[in-house]
Structures are given as structure tokens and as C-alpha cells.
Design a protein around this ligand. Sequence first.
Ligand code: GLU
Length: 299
Amino acid sequence: MAEETMPSPRRQKPVYRFAPSSNGRLHLGHALSAFLNHDMARNNDGRFHLRIEDIDQTRCTPELEQAIYDDLGWLGLDWEEPVRRQSQHFDEYRASLDRLIKADLVYPAFLSRGETKALVRAFEAEGNLWPRDPDGAPLYPDIDRQRPKAEQEALLASGRPHAWRLDMEKAIRATASPLFWQESGDGETGLIEARPALWGDVVLSRSDAPSSYHLSVVVDDALQGITHVVRGMDLFHATAIHRLLQQLLDLPQPAYHHHRLILGTDGRKLSKSEGSTGLSALRAEGATPSDIRRIVGLV
Ligand code: GLU
């Protein structure tokens, strides 16, 4: 494993990316993220990439992808071609997963979502509190992690559908020293200590999706030479998982900037189904790109 190193001042051009998922229409929160990345690249003589995160092939569609290009083009942004589309790179994510399998840092997980939910429900029905991750999702039960190797292998050989999950405790032990990231965003800044243990055994691939967000985002950021990750505050805590995976896979670490979120009138994070804050709806109502800049607080 690589030794923990702090990001060094880089002499190369800074490289930024905006990485939306093509599973819904872009809203004001995406506009803020895209503008920030684009403007920082322009102001720092850097490069700006667009990446389409479409590993969820059941919800991502070519029409929604086209709508992303249309919305960003309308906002006046331009990005380097070709656009990286995650669905075209499953082999690269698999190669990284194979490294972790070889290093015995992941295990096959056979519980379905329904089975996991039932376990949590039964446990909580007795008045206990099942541990949850920073997003409030229950941590994965340890049944599969504790399964004897021979049984794991028999289940794999039988063709039983499975995910691959990181053995979080082992992975943290493998990195030896604490991990940090450099943060310059709208919340806590400076050197932040990564606490990946809060997330439990995160999923790295599923039977119906050959890679997870966490795995593909670190592989892509490295392959695209991203030096600065600028994204919403909702991904602040997940950065701990990304730092851990970068360390385990000997990938360079970018600097991070987690920006404020644009909240809906109910005070909650915007969702892709929120029509009134959708960029295409605002455009249809006659908003201009400078109106959008103003609405998201970037005048
Ligand atoms: N694809 C993620 C999203 O749309 C963003 C991932 C990232 O910027 O790291 O929320």
C-alpha cells in the first residue's frame, strides 16, 4: 500500500470535473456545481471535464444524458471532449475490484436488500438501534463477512447472485496510518481526518450493477487526472471512503471542495423530480443563464 502523503502543490494545470448521473433532469444544485467547476477551471488556467455517471443502467437513459448536454450548453458551459461515460468503462472498475479481491479486502455478500431490511426491522422491533451510516442507511450485517471461506466459495460456485463489499475493518488496518484529505469548501476546511469506519462494509459492485459509485468515482478521478473535486456538501462524509479506496488502490488524491447545497422551499436537498427547480422548467418559464447564476448565489 502507498504511504499516506499530503497533496503537494502541483505544477501541472488543475483539472476539474462535473459528474452528474444521467438518471434525472438537472436542477439548480447541479447548476451551482457545474458553474463552480467551470469557473474555477477558467480562473486557474485549468481544464474542465464532464463525466456522465451512468452505472445504474436501469435508471440512466440516453434521453436524460442528452438533456444534460442541452442544459449545460444553455448555461453557456463548454467542456473537453470526449465525455467520459462510466457505462463504457466497466472493465476498468472490475480490474480495481479484482485487485481488492486478490488482496482479500472484500468479500462476496449474498443478502438481498429485502433480507437485510428484514434483519434490521426484526432487530429494531425489539427496541434495539441498528447502527447507521452518515446518510442514515443501516450498516450491512456481518453475516457474510463472517461466513467461512469454504461456504463462500461453495455459494460463489453455485452461481448465487452476490455483491462485493469492502471489509472495512481489514481495509482500515491495511492502510496502517490515519488518512486525511485537503478541504477548501463551504463547511469545515483544512486537513480533514477521514473516518471511513462510519460507513461499514460499503458495496463496491452489485449483481445488477458491475460497479458502485464509490469505486468508479475514485478510478475515474485518477484516470482523468482530476486534481480538484468540487461537488455538493452531501458527499462530504463519503470522501472518507474515497480516500480509503485511493490508498488501497495506490491512486493519487485530489483536493476537495464541498460546496453549500441549494435547498428546496421545505429546507430539504433538491431531488431530481423537483420540477420547479429543474433547469429545463426554469428555461421554459423564460429564465436566462444569468438568472440561474443569480438564483444560485453566483453573481
Ligand atoms: N454523480 C454524483 C451525483 O450526481 C456526483 C459524484 C461526484 O461528484 O463525486 O450526485
